[in-house]
Structure formats: structure tokens, C-alpha cells
Design a protein around this ligand. Structure first.
Ligand code: F6P
Length: 355
């Protein structure tokens, strides 16, 4: 039981007051919560709901769509269209953004979302999620593609839902990161994780290690040092976790620290990373940075990237501040050649020769 329960609506009314734009943002986030509840109900049915399995179709990324990808996309699109608070939306599951016809007044916002992230996990009953990012719409005209191509720093809100043993909504409007748990019987999201803070240090990392041979040397160096644990420069043992569901991996990191990596690799040279900037890396970086962590490509803060296209991919290194700082340093040392020293035991951080 939570004494003096704060519902999502009550929280947003308190956090977002003072202007019509803020009230509309609160209303939009409540709409997003409604779509999340619908998707939570669908995913929870599993095999009983005729929602599992793949379709014949592919999305713009060339990935086979799951039934639930398409159903979740429809849940978001319908919610946004009926709500009238967005002027347009873009989704992982749609090639191009769509314009939402204005009702009384044009919507003040643009929504970008990944309706069902990690959907390869859905058929095996492992946690999946939805990710969303909210931007300001242009005033006085219909939005065009270029209006979505704003850096992550321009986001007015972002967050994710995780459909796990419980359904949670975690969001930020730039005033900290807060988590709400769905009380299924009542249908309300209740504030359960106020002002989440990622521990600065960690002994846990998340990466798809089957790609190791394709990684760049700075990432190979970092992971090798973690695996060497107390026998090497880190001086302590590390643990590895990989759920293959970005939402679930980042959720764990928000709660107990860690670093999540889908770094640049040479597996497919036509792609500059695995994850998508606008509806995965940007919203997750906003959420993580508001909780004291960092989102980086290894060379640049994700929130500083000027997007070039809606479905753009980027390398992602995100999580506990000190670990991401270290991995960025390894990238710099690799670029300027000073990492050569790490290969010699004489110059390792804990050696007599370390400065
Ligand atoms: O959307 C991409 C995604 O499903 C993420 O949720 C997840 O972190 C990653 O891909 C898993 O990739 P892989 O299948 O290479 O482990």
C-alpha cells in the first residue's frame, strides 16, 4: 500500500501548471498512458489473445513485423488521432510521419515512438516496452519531416513503458525521472519511483557479446577489463546481463546502475549503429540523463546529435555516469593513439608506472 497515493494525473497536474502548453503536455502524457494501458492488456493475454507471432510485412528497417508491433502502433496512432494534442507523429513501424488533422486548434506537439521495443521477446514471454519522445510542433502550418529533425535537447517529454511482471511508465518532462506502476484492478498509474537516480558507479554491464569481434578497440578494451574483474585494472568483478530488450535493460540500469551498450561495429557497414536515434536513443538518453546518468555514442553525447533522418541509427552507450565517462575516455585515447599503453602491463592503471 502507498500512503497518500499520487496518480499519474495528479502528479502531472502538479508538475505541469502555469501555461496552456504545459496543461496540453500533461493531457498528452495522460493520452500516452491510455495507449500504454491498452498495449499492456494486449501483451498480457499472450497466447490466449491471438496476438503472438509474425506477419508477412516488413517495417522500414526491413524487419519482419510482429502482430503486436502493428497492434501497438495502431493503439498509439488512434490515441493520438483522437486526442487532438499532436499535429503529427512518426513511428518505427511507419515509413513516413503522418499529419493529424486539427480538431478545434492544431496540436502543439509532435510524437515519435517505438510502439513495441524488443518485440522479438514477445513470443517467449520476456519483458518488452514502448518508447516515446515529444517535440514541439511548428506553429501555424502542417508539420513536415524537417520539423521532427530536432536534437534530443529539444524534447519536451520522453519516456518508456515496460510490460513486465508489472507494467510501469517511466517519464521525464525535464524535471527529474519518475516511475509509475499500473494498478491493474483500478486502471491507474501510481507514482512509485519518485526522482529516480542511477548510481554513478556500477559493476554490471549489458552488451550483446556475440558481436565482440565486430566492436571497435575501445569497447573491446572496456569489456575485456570488466571480464578480467579483480585480476585487472578495475580491481573488482563485474556481472553481465543482456535481456535483448532495450527498455528492460535500461530499466534495470535506472534501478540499480550499470551500462548498456549497442556500440558502433563493423557487422553491417551500411548501418552506423543498431538502435534508432529519434525513438530509442534520444528518449532513453533524456530519461537517463534526468536520473543522473549519461547517454553517449562514445564520441558525442546522444542529445547533441543533429538528426538527419527519422529512422537514423546511432551507436549507444548509456547508463551510470562514471562508466560512460570511462568508455568515452577510451574512445578519445583510441583516437589519439594513447591507448597503446593499455596493452603493456607496465602502464596499466594500477601499475607502478600509472600516473
Ligand atoms: O529495437 C532494437 C532491439 O530489440 C533492442 O530493444 C535490443 O536492445 C536490441 O534490439 C537487441 O539486439 P540483439 O538482437 O542484437 O541482441
Amino acid at each position: 500500500m502507498h500512503n497518500g497515493r499520487t496518480t499519474l494525473s495528479k502528479f502531472l497536474i502538479q508538475q505541469l501548471k502555469g501555461s496552456p502548453e504545459l496543461s496540453d503536455l500533461a493531457a498528452l502524457l495522460i493520452d500516452i498512458a491510455a495507449a500504454v494501458k491498452a498495449i499492456s492488456a494486449m501483451t498480457a493475454k499472450g497466447e490466449l489473445g491471438d496476438v503472438l507471432g509474425s506477419l508477412e510485412t516488413q517495417n522500414v528497417q526491413g524487419e519482419i513485423q510482429k502482430k503486436l508491433d502493428v497492434m501497438s502502433n495502431t493503439a498509439f496512432v488512434n490515441t493520438f488521432a483522437l486526442g487532438g494534442l499532436v499535429a503529427g507523429l512518426a513511428s518505427e513501424e511507419m515509413d513516413d510521419p503522418i499529419v493529424i488533422e486539427a480538431q478545434d486548434e492544431p496540436g502543439r506537439f509532435l510524437a515519435i515512438f517505438d510502439p513495441l521495443d524488443g518485440s522479438s521477446n514477445i513470443d517467449i514471454n520476456v519483458s518488452v516496452g514502448s518508447i516515446f519522445s515529444v517535440l514541439r510542433a511548428p506553429k501555424g502550418r502542417v508539420p513536415e519531416v524537417k520539423d521532427y529533425l530536432l536534437s534530443g535537447r529539444e524534447q519536451v517529454a520522453a519516456g518508456y513503458a515496460i510490460y513486465g511482471p508489472s507494467t510501469m511508465l517511466v517519464l521525464t518532462v525535464g524535471k527529474g525521472t519518475h516511475g509509475f506502476t499500473l494498478d491493474r484492478e483500478v486502471g491507474n498509474f501510481i507514482l512509485t519511483h519518485r526522482d529516480m537516480q542511477i548510481p554513478e558507479d556500477t559493476s554490471e554491464f549489458a552488451i550483446n557479446a556475440s558481436n565482440e569481434r565486430f566492436w571497435e578497440p575501445p569497447v573491446q578494451r572496456y569489456v575485456a577489463e570488466c571480464k578480467n574483474g579483480r585480476t585487472d585494472v578495475r580491481g573488482r568483478d563485474f556481472n553481465m546481463r543482456w535481456i535483448a530488450s532495450m527498455v528492460a535493460d535500461i530499466h534495470r540500469i535506472l534501478l540499480r546502475g550499470g551500462v548498456f551498450m549497442y556500440p558502433k561495429d563493423t557487422k553491417d557497414l551500411s548501418k552506423s549503429g543498431r538502435l534508432r536515434l529519434m525513438y530509442e536513443a534520444n528518449p532513453m538518453s533524456f530519461v537517463v540523463e534526468q536520473a543522473g546518468g549519461i547517454g553517449s555514442t562514445g564520441r558525442q553525447r546522444i542529445l547533441d546529435i543533429q538528426p538527419e533522418e527519422i529512422h537514423q541509427r546511432v551507436p549507444v552507450i548509456i547508463g551510470s555516469r562514471n562508466e560512460v565517462d570511462r568508455i568515452e575516455r577510451y574512445h578519445q585515447e583510441y583516437e589519439n593513439g594513447s591507448d597503446e599503453q593499455y596493452k603493456s602491463p607496465l602502464f596499466q592503471e594500477r601499475s607502478l608506472f600509472a600516473s
